[in-house]
Design a protein around this ligand. Sequence first.
Ligand code: XMP
Length: 321
Amino acid sequence: MDVKEITLEELDTERFIAEKVQEISSEVDDRVAISALSGGVDSAVVTMLAHQALGDRLKTYFIDSGLMRAGEPEHIVSVFKKLGVPVELIDAQETFFDALKGQTDPEEKRHAITRSFYGDVFARLVRESGSKFLLQGTNYTDVEETVAGIKRQHNILEQLGINPEEAYGYRVIEPLIQLRKSSIRKLGKALGLPEEIYSRPPFPGPALAARVMGEVTPERVRLVRSATTIVEEELAQSGAFQYLAILHEDRVTGIRDGKRDYGYQIEVRCWESTDAKIGSPTRLANKVLDRLAERITTEVPGVVSVTYNITKKPPSTIEAV
Ligand code: XMP
């Protein structure tokens, strides 16, 4: 792998920020660049670096793919507005759901999302803004897992032999590619991001599509979105690295109102990890598990079964797709 890691111990925050601001300024020069803000810590840090480097010549977009958590697009736009960074919300729901229609294979779903982001949405935004650069928060773990053949991370292009300039007509700038999550959080704090953002649990680029087994439809995303809200509320104080809800493809027999109900199954995962490279399930108290089961089966329509993952990564991965 030709990307060299900078470890948390090696990271000199101030020097790194100064260097990256300088690199972005000189690469973009007096032109315009766009930043793809997803609300996750990686893209939030890249947006702040690029904002320092480019000021008004940075156009920041939040792509509403229809796959985000409840209230997320509006919330992130308002957080960045308070930081003095204007963000334009782009409604691209149709593009993503059209690309995902009929897709059930996990890698094909990830590929459909990559194509929608880069080939459709960003390509159009780059054209319309007259920009030639896309800034994004690819990190070292994303590259490592894609190169190792574990998962095609939505934001990996060059390591998969895709030249973005030839394929899509713009250059991709990835200032965080040598860092892992813990270092990126440290940078976020140094750049003045609110704690709510720099200490957020990770959230994957393919968003809730990484948590829907089988076909990703608006209706199935709605189910996993409601379950996600509950899991995030109940586990916010757990201190865990990441926690999530997955909608299974299979349905299972259950009982509702004294009658047979062939319903949905939600899997909850809660991870202890420092860098997402390896992980183990949090030993949640029984009363927390009971409450999750109770709330998910009563508040998410049609769910009759809730399971808790007890597998480590590896052999599991953190997300299910
Ligand atoms: P996995 O599921 O591979 O996840 O064990 C490792 C970490 O990466 C996040 N993740 C992604 N992040 N694009 C991203 O930016 C992706 O395509 C992607 N897939 C997984 C995941 O949430 C976990 O923190």
